[in-house]
Design a protein around this ligand. Structure first.
Ligand SMILES: Nc1ncnc2c1ncn2[C@@H]1O[C@H](COP(=O)(O)OP(=O)(O)OP(=O)(O)O)[C@@H](O)[C@H]1O
Ligand SMILES: [Mg+2]
Length: 310
């Protein structure tokens, strides 16, 4: 098996609305694969199809070597899934929660005790097994939910925004666990809105309005997405100057990042013109993932408007 997941024009239509439009992706074993994109892009819908809990409207896919349409049950039994609105039972203890999932996956009794210990350790909850879920902070709950999704040691796990609403420290801790799992060969599909997490993915699929706009490593996307020459401008009252700068004929785009402006020029030779106009020397920079995402979301809006006017 070359790929853990391979999709061909995978599509989901709700009524007359296309939530995922002909998705084609390939994912290898041990990859951390990130789905990124604005709200409503179709990330959760794509994941729910790949988990076998939402039927595709068209197209096909193989997951762990099984056919997504014909062998759904086999797939479901072999994967872990943490949904975007995951929920644990508040009135169960840590141990009871893990036990509950162990029984769902029909783990044999002999291995249960050891797995429970392993998952509690992974979540950093050793010694707190008798604690009620209700008493755990969001970060602990999130790691416990991950433990529940991993209790049967699936080779493939789907994590839909696992770190939203969690503190930065907890988020980093959560991703460290993810990284360790991937190093051991587990394939991880994750969605996130955080750029630092996107940076830690091996490959990223950027979706917008149901369409796959770009796919590749973070480095590849940074080097190959923007059409032009990106510069950074450190200028007083940056925000107020965007509207003037973006109207200059040689400026393709101007966005604010912290207190700096990122100005996309058609080419390097226009740096001088910009310096003359602003009286500040722009600095060439490599695009960040955020620059990439802004550019891709804008490109998708352009495509849609073009189609609407056609
Ligand atoms: N069951 C459904 N019935 C009708 N429309 C749906 C259904 N599920 C999702 N959609 C629509 O499909 C689109 C994609 O939704 P999806 O949840 O996949 O987006 P997402 O990329 O996960 O967004 P977010 O970042 O907000 O989680 C949205 O416009 C959503 O309203
Ligand atoms: Mg979602």
């Amino acid at each position: 098996m070359d790929f853990v997941i391979e999709t061909h024009d995978l599509t989901r239509i709700f009524g007359n609305f296309t939530a995922v439009d002909k998705l084609n992706i390939k994912i290898r074993a041990g990859e951390i694969f990130g789905f990124l994109g604005p709200n409503g892009a179709g990330k959760s819908t794509a994941i729910r199809m790949l988990c076998g809990i939402l039927e595709p409207s068209a197209g096909s896919a193989s997951v762990l070597g099984f056919d997504l349409q014909r062998e759904t049950e086999k797939i479901k039994r072999r994967i872990g899934y943490m949904s975007q609105k995951f929920s644990l039972y508040e009135d169960l203890t840590v141990q009871e929660s893990l036990n509950f999932y162990a029984s769902i996956y029909s783990l044999p009794r002999e291995t249960r005790r050891q797995r429970l210990q392993e998952m509690a350790a992974m979540a950093g909850l050793t010694g707190r097994e008798k604690e009620l879920v209700a008493n755990l902070s969001v970060g602990w709950k999130q790691r416990l939910a991950l433990g529940c999704a991993l209790i049967a040691r699936p080779a493939l796990i789907f994590l839909d925004e696992p770190t939203s609403g969690v503190s930065p420290t907890s988020r980093r801790r959560f991703f460290n666990i993810i990284q360790e799992l991937a190093d051991q060969g587990t394939t991880i599909i994750v969605t996130t809105h955080f750029m630092d997490e996107a940076e830690r993915c091996h490959n990223i699929a950027f979706m917008s309005a149901g369409r796959l706009m770009a796919i590749g490593t973070p480095d590849y996307l940074k080097k190959n997405t923007l059409e032009g020459f990106l510069t950074e401008l450190t200028i007083p009252q940056a925000l107020a100057k965007i509207s003037v700068i973006e109207k200059l004929p040689y400026v393709k785009e101007c966005t604010i990042h912290g207190s700096q402006l990122h100005v996309l020029l058609a080419g390097e030779e226009q740096m001088e013109k910009l310096a003359e106009f602003t009286q500040v020397q722009p600095r060439p920079i490599i695009p960040s993932l955020e620059d990439v995402f802004i550019a891709l979301a804008k490109r998708e809006r352009g495509l849609r408007e073009g189609e609407a006017n056609a």
